[in-house]
Design a protein around this ligand. Structure first.
Ligand SMILES: Cc1cc2nc3c(=O)[nH]c(=O)nc-3n(C[C@H](O)[C@H](O)[C@H](O)COP(=O)(O)OP(=O)(O)OC[C@H]3O[C@@H](n4cnc5c(N)ncnc54)[C@H](O)[C@@H]3O)c2cc1C
Length: 228
């Protein structure tokens, strides 16, 4: 829902905007999709494949690496696969969305990987090979014991594409949450905190730090103001 007019207003007051070209994305509803089926929520439980049924990235990569990898696949989209254990590890709301997703065409379920591949329209042997290779990596030091192999039927899939998750860019601030002008000097009486600021996380924010950022710099801005 963020529409950004405050950034333009801050700029009119002399504030510098920083890193406006960096956008963080996460898997979301593909074009024409209806429900966001979040099989990608637990990185130890899923694999990402492309429409050829091939795995193309380490699922626990940085968010910007994942974004660029998905955007370079055919159709700029991907398919998320979990097995029964992965499905059952998710909470009731996520499972409800998955079941509804089957009705809306956003999710798929197969009693075997071959059946799932046929429903998805991807080459069955490629999907099977991708899952087998991933399962093999789960037994090695590459992925280690932190990742669960995908072995238990039924198998589930969701089509997914990149959606905007977080605007990395915004108003440049100092550690007192004061907005900075082009010369790096604090603008009297103008403060900013949270997602409207830029540069706090660089070009890739680590998951779970968004709310922490907003609360910390919101408090800092109040303390700076109160100290004047
Ligand atoms: C789907 C999703 C999941 C996320 N999950 C996580 C998570 O698990 N952990 C995490 O840390 N972060 C998460 N984030 C990021 C995090 O939620 C946001 O970065 C954070 O909430 C931003 O807080 P904020 O107060 O800076 O901005 P916002 O929450 O966007 O608040 C800005 C407020 O200003 C209001 N506003 C805008 N213009 C005006 C105006 N002109 N006058 C008055 N009011 C105005 C808006 O209505 C809004 O209420 C997630 C983001 C998304 C989209």
């Amino acid at each position: 829902g963020a529409t950004g007019e405050m950034l333009l207003q801050a700029e009119k007051c002399g504030a510098v905007l920083k890193d406006m070209n960096y956008i963080q994305c996460l898997p979301g509803v593909p074009p024409n999709g209806k429900i966001r089926v979040r099989f990608h929520n637990d990185i130890s439980r899923f694999i990402l494949i492309n429409t050829d049924g091939k795995r193309f990235v380490n699922e626990d990569s940085r968010r910007d690496v994942l974004r660029d990898a998905v955007l370079s696949q055919p159709g700029r989209s991907c398919i998320v696969i979990v097995d029964r254990e992965g499905f059952e590890s998710y909470d009731l709301l996520m499972r409800r969305d998955a079941v509804r997703g089957i009705e809306t065409g956003d999710a798929y379920k197969g009693s075997s990987l071959k059946e799932l591949a046929e429903k998805l329209g991807v080459p069955p042997e490629n999907l099977t090979n991708s899952v087998e290779e991933y399962n093999r990596l789960c037994t090695t030091t590459v992925l280690g014991s932190q990742h669960h192999p995908i072995v238990k039927a039924p198998f589930w899939a969701a089509k997914s594409a990149m959606s905007i998750h977080y605007t990395m860019g915004g108003i440049s601030i100092n550690s007192s949450a004061e907005c900075l002008n082009l010369q790096g000097v604090a603008i009297d009486g103008l403060y900013a905190a949270g997602e409207c600021t830029g540069g706090v996380h660089g070009k890739n924010r680590i998951g779970a730090n968004g709310i922490c950022d907003a609360l910390t710099f919101g408090m800092t801005a109040a303390e700076t103001l109160a100290s004047k």
